[in-house]
Structures are given as structure tokens and as C-alpha cells.
Design a protein around this ligand. Structure first.
Ligand SMILES: [Zn+2]
Length: 671
């Protein structure tokens, strides 16, 4: 390509971007009729003298594109630096294992020497084993890792690291808090942990209005999650950003440690290899090895998705689905009940819909390990009717399960495709409890309402709210199961807030144009007219005359008529020519385009930073009745179980020292 050509292309691209922005205001493909500037209406035809940029092609983009497929980059700076992981102010349970990592960057590996000292309140603490792993993940870095490090007693520990090489020197000191669970008094044998993905207060309030009804301002009843014995709030930020994704927020609940967007069960190390980051022990690993408890995972997402995977897995990149399945087959991490979507990652590559790159059939491999298997709702009933199995695998869709509205309220064969027979959260939770209650050492069951989040991303309020009701009905199953026992802690929370808000009502029959004139606020909102004639807790018609008016705190340019969409439609699509979002011409055709506030490449709304609700009933539930950092949820669960974690590594290795000097010349390149 000549320079002239390149400049011409660049100009053309700038021109396109200019038109793109203008079309973003006006609507798409000539579908918009009017656009509001200030208080006046401007007819789009008057403005259409501007040449219209219409993308040649539009592609759907993953809602978590900015997190799931984010490139892992090494932190780089100037000069020598040293970083100790786990981070300063990290909190540990006595006995929980983790990788202690010292990373030196901006160094000359040939001449690097790293000195590491461990001390507790009274002086040097001999906890460093004889054989750290030495790696060099880049030409100017050296890493020293002590695998399965463990703190043997409660207290405050300090790790000091100093690095020197011909390139310079640096040092860092971190302080770690170590606690021992109080095993006296009333403790829980089982934990049932409900996670509404993206379930901010708008989703909960919307579910209460639709499911229970409201008369003259008083709710006719409360949700199951509303009536837990104790309520509090949780902060959700991660170690790298105030704004979290579902991997790092669930990882905080399941490990007690902060991590970064895209990561779970690890502290983000300086390697681009997603398997090379230092690990912290997960809930599944702790409970299996300490007490022989069973682990159950039930989700409406793919079973490899961030929330379910964070119960047991370690990865720097949540999209590593095949590696996550490999970890699920590892005895120390393996769930005993594992149900949801995600069959694509289990089928041999020669089978239709497979995501695998080999001929392994993981369904058969799980069966060989003693799992019963169900691929449909009917098969799940049959498996359970044939006698409760010891272990249970269910994959009911190649991808995520369909949302409740599409599964049950208005099932459309075109939407359900090859998966018309999917169970819901209630049935999966019931089956999981039957399997797990067989273990007299107790169990930890995680139940995720995944598509609250997955509906909010494309700005679909009704779908998010129906899936919140479904999660609440699964909470009812747990409460019923636990009601005559005093040994089960039930926790309900969300991993992060979302953009959705309820501002009033939207009335289809109200006079007015554009559609925003049909939105009622304050006294004009009144009450919606949802009807639940069959009494199943879900309104029979998600599109009544007076319905909720959903607003969104962040969004791309997108058309919106504010009414329920019979078929889920992406608000915006990616224009591959500009790599920017473009309003979806097939969503609410003719509707005014709402001007976005997100960066131009975001096609969906994004998670928000506000605190979320947490509620709990059962032994230890009072610990949740306050504002909690998200990492404290893990420690509260351990404390509710009265669990004192055995300090394995102390038993297994001798030769501990409080200070080690590591030369890097023997370092081997990291994978
Ligand atoms: Zn999300």
C-alpha cells in the first residue's frame, strides 16, 4: 500500500467516524423519525442532507468483551521494581494455602539476587521452604514462588523483599492478617450460597413488584430474599479497579482475596500466561480437603462461566474454558454436583457445537468418575427418579440456558433451537440438594441466577426481572429444605451492581410521541398492571399496558421504545469497519436513538460500582448484618462453619527458614 493510499484510507476512516457519530444521533438506516435537541423536535428528514454512513456489516459483540477477551499485559515501569503477592493488607485463614510470589522487574536476571524475610509480631518466622520455584517470564524479570505457603497461627505477618542486580535495586514490604475461625458455639454444617449476577437493587425491587404486587404503596408480600433474618451490604471493587467483573468479584467471595478484572483464584502475576499467576486456595479446595464436604454448582450460565468457575478454579483469564474444565476434573477441585449450560466445552470437536480442540468427550470422563448425567429437563427428572446419584453432571445447552421468559413464558422454537427441554433453577436446586444431603460431612452449594446480568447488558429489564424472580423461587426451595434444621447457612447476594434503574412506568396506550412521552414519573407513574392469573409468581404477560419504565445509567447509542421486546435484541452492534458500536437497526425499528455515554466501542451497558445487597439466615447469619468488604464474605462463611483449616504444608516439609537469598541464575523460563 502506498503512502498516498494509506492517507486516503485514514481520511476516509475519519470521515466515516464523523458520520458515524452523526448517525448515532439520528438513528440508523433511515429508521429514525425524529431526534430531540433540547426541548425542540427536529425532523430527521431535514437533517438527512448529511451523507448517511451506514455500516456494510454489523456484528454482535460479547457483553463482557472488555473483560473476557482483555489482553493480559505485564506491568512495566522504569527502573527496578519488586512486588510481593499476596498484596499488602491481604487476610488469610490459618492453614489456607497460597503461592507466595516475589516478582522483580526491570532487572538483569544474570546478576539478580532477591532476599526475602518473613516475620511475625515477635521476630523472624521460619516459614520459607527450601525449594522455591524460580522463573523469568520476560528478559528483564525474575519471579520467586513458594508453592503452598501457609500461615500456621493467627497474627500479623510481614513479608519483606529486596532485589538487587546490575540494573539497580528495589524493595517492598507487605503486611498480612491471619485469623482463626471461632469454632465454638452454633455453627453451620451446610452452606447454600445464592448469587444473583448483576442483581442490583433495581432487579430485586422489580422482582418484588412483578411477583408479589403492590397496593396503595404497600407490597402485597415480600420476596424470599427480602425476608432472610439478617441484611447488609457488600462493596465490590477489585485490586485493579473500582469497577469489577464477575470473575474477580466471585473470586473475592470464594477465596477471601481481591484480584483483578478477568481473574479468579489467583493474584495477577507479571506473566502473560493465564496459568502462571500465583494461586490462592478456593472455597471448593478448602472445604473438600479440610472437612470432606461436597461441592455443588448450579447456574443458568455455561458451567465454565466466571461465577461457577470461581468456586473452584484458578486462572488469570476467565475465557480459558477448556482449562477450567480440566481443573473441574482434578480431584482436589472437582464439584460433586455441576449443572447448567456449557456443553460445548465437553463435546469432542467432531460433534456439532463443540468448542473443544480434541476428541475428548468430557461427559464420558465425568461418568467414569461416578457422575450421573442429564442433558435435558426430562433426563434430569428420570435420573433423580431412578435413585439419587452420588454425583451429578447436567449440561442443558451448548451455551447459556435461555432466560425464563424465553424458556417458560413465551417459548419460541426459533429462540430455543435444539434445546427446547431445559430445566430451571428451581428444579436444578432441588436435585442438587437431594444429591448433596447424602454427605453427612455437609456441603457447599452455589446457585447462580446468571442471566440477570446477561439480560441487563443488552438493556432488557423484563428479562432481568423474571430471572430474578426465578432465583428467588430457588431461595424458597432452600428455605423450605432448611426450615426444620438448624445446621444450614443460607446467603443471598450479588457480585456487582448494574446499570438498570426503575424510574416509573411506561403506558402503551398513553397518547404521545416519541415513546418517551409514554413514560410516567412521580404521580403519573401510578402502578403497573401485570397480572399473575395462574399464581406461579411470574406475571402471565411481560408486556401489559402499564409496565415498568427501566432507565439505564450507562449505555451505548441505541434505539429504545421503552416497551418489552418480545425477542431479545442487542441495543447496539459492532461495526467492524470502525470497531465502534452502532445502534442496532433491528431493535425497536423507528424508535428514537438514545445518545450513549459509554466509550464508543461498548455495545452493551456495563457493571456499576455501587454496593450490593447481602442477606443471610441460619447459623452465623448475623455476621452478614453490616457493610462488608467482598473478601469478608469468604471469612464469614468459614467462621459460620467453625472451620479450622489443617496446615498441611507444615507437616509435609522441613527445613523452614525465616530468610532466604535467591540467586536468579538458575531461573528457568516460565511456561
Ligand atoms: Zn456482566
Amino acid at each position: 500500500m502506498s503512502d498516498t493510499q494509506s492517507t486516503a484510507d485514514e481520511n476516509n476512516s475519519q470521515e466515516r467516524r464523523g458520520f458515524f457519530t452523526r448517525r448515532g444521533l439520528l438513528g440508523t438506516g433511515g429508521l429514525a423519525t425524529a431526534v430531540v435537541f433540547g426541548k425542540g423536535l427536529v425532523d430527521a428528514s431535514a437533517a438527512s442532507a448529511a451523507p448517511a454512513y451506514v455500516p456494510a456489516q454489523l456484528n454482535a459483540k460479547d457483553a463482557h468483551y472488555s473483560t473476557t477477551f482483555r489482553r493480559i499485559t505485564r506491568s512495566t515501569g522504569t527502573g527496578s521494581a519488586v512486588k510481593v503477592l499476596p498484596l499488602d493488607r491481604a487476610k488469610f485463614q490459618v492453614g489456607s494455602t497460597f503461592d507466595l510470589r516475589v516478582e522483580a522487574t526491570g532487572v538483569d536476571p544474570e546478576t539478580t539476587r532477591i532476599v526475602i524475610r518473613v516475620s511475625d509480631g515477635s521476630g523472624p518466622a521460619p516459614l520459607l521452604g527450601p525449594a522455591p520455584v524460580r522463573t523469568s517470564s520476560a528478559p528483564d524479570s525474575v519471579e520467586v514462588t513458594y508453592r503452598d505457603f501457609v500461615y500456621p497461627a493467627a497474627g500479623t505477618f510481614t513479608i519483606a523483599a529486596a532485589v538487587s542486580s546490575s540494573a539497580g535495586s528495589a524493595s517492598q514490604e507487605v503486611t498480612h492478617e491471619v485469623v482463626l475461625a471461632d469454632a465454638s458455639g452454633e455453627t453451620a454444617k451446610n452452606v447454600i450460597f445464592f448469587l444473583g449476577d448483576g442483581m442490583g437493587q433495581a432487579a430485586i425491587t422489580g422482582a418484588r413488584i412483578l411477583s408479589k404486587g403492590i397496593t396503595e404503596g404497600k407490597y402485597d408480600a415480600f420476596l424470599e430474599m427480602d425476608t432472610l433474618d439478617f441484611r447488609g451490604n457488600v462493596t465490590t471493587s477489585g485490586s485493579d479497579s473500582i469497577a469489577t467483573d464477575s470473575a474477580n468479584s466471585m473470586s473475592a467471595y470464594m477465596t477471601g482475596h481481591k484480584t483483578a478484572v478477568n481473574a479468579m483464584g489467583v493474584y495477577p502475576g507479571n506473566s502473560e500466561d493465564p496459568t502462571a499467576s500465583p494461586r490462592v486456595e478456593t472455597m471448593a479446595e478448602v472445604l473438600k480437603r479440610s472437612r470432606g464436604m461436597s461441592i455443588g454448582i448450579v447456574t443458568t450460565a455455561e458451567i465454565q462461566d466466571a461465577t461457577p468457575a470461581a468456586v473452584f478454579a484458578h486462572t488469570r483469564r476467565r475465557s480459558e474454558y477448556l482449562d477450567i474444565m480440566e481443573q473441574a476434573l482434578t480431584p482436589e477441585q472437582m464439584p460433586d454436583v455441576y449443572m447448567g449450560g456449557g456443553r460445548a466445552s465437553l463435546l469432542p470437536q467432531s460433534q456439532k457445537g463443540s468448542r473443544r480442540t480434541d476428541e475428548r468427550n468430557l461427559i464420558e470422563e465425568f461418568k467414569d468418575k461416578g457422575f450421573a448425567y442429564a442433558g435435558t429437563r426430562t433426563e434430569l427428572s428420570a435420573v433423580m427418579a431412578a435413585g439419587t446419584p452420588d454425583k451429578l453432571l447436567g449440561t442443558f445447552h451448548n451455551g447459556n440456558l435461555n432466560v425464563y421468559i424465553d424458556r417458560r413464558i413465551t417459548p419460541d422454537p426459533a429462540v430455543l433451537g435444539e434445546f427446547p427441554d431445559q430445566p430451571g433453577l428451581v428444579e436444578m436446586t432441588r436435585a442438587a440438594l437431594k444429591v448433596l444431603e447424602k454427605n453427612d460431612k455437609g456441603f457447599f452449594l452455589m446457585v447462580e441466577g446468571a442471566s440477570i446480568d446477561k439480560s441487563e447488558h443488552p438493556l432488557d429489564g423484563p428479562r432481568a426481572v423474571y430471572d430474578t424472580i426465578e432465583l428467588d423461587q430457588a431461595v424458597a426451595v432452600a428455605k423450605e429444605w432448611a426450615k426444620d434444621r438448624d445446621d444450614t447457612l443460607i446467603v443471598v447476594t450479588a457480585d456487582h451492581n448494574h446499570a438498570m434503574s426503575i424510574a416509573g412506568t411506561h403506558t402503551l396506550s398513553r397518547e404521545g410521541s416519541p415513546a418517551r412521552q409514554q413514560n410516567g414519573v412521580y404521580a403519573d407513574a401510578g402502578f403497573p398492571t401485570y397480572v399473575d392469573a395462574d399464581g406461579d409468581g411470574f406475571p402471565d404477560d411481560p408486556n401489559p399496558d402499564v409496565q415498568l419504565f427501566f432507565g439505564w445509567s450507562n449505555h451505548p447509542d441505541h434505539p429504545d421504545d421503552f416497551a418489552h421486546n418480545p425477542v431479545l435484541a442487542q441495543p447496539a452492534l459492532e461495526d467492524p469497519a470502525t470497531e465502534q458500536a452502532f445502534p442496532n437497526p433491528n431493535r425497536d425499528p423507528g424508535a428514537v436513538v438514545q445518545i450513549g455515554n459509554l466509550p464508543l466501542e461498548e455495545t452493551n451497558c456495563v457493571h456499576t460500582v455501587e454496593d450490593v445487597f447481602i442477606g443471610a439466615s441460619g447459623p452465623g447469619a448475623q455476621r452478614f448484618a453490616k457493610l462488608l468488604d467482598n473478601t469478608e464474605v469468604f471469612h464469614n462463611v468459614i467462621a459460620a462453619l467453625g472451620l479450622q483449616i489443617p496446615t498441611y504444608s507444615l507437616r509435609s516439609s522441613g527445613g523452614k527458614v525465616a530468610e532466604a537469598e535467591v540467586a536468579a541464575t538458575e531461573a528457568t523460563p516460565a511456561g
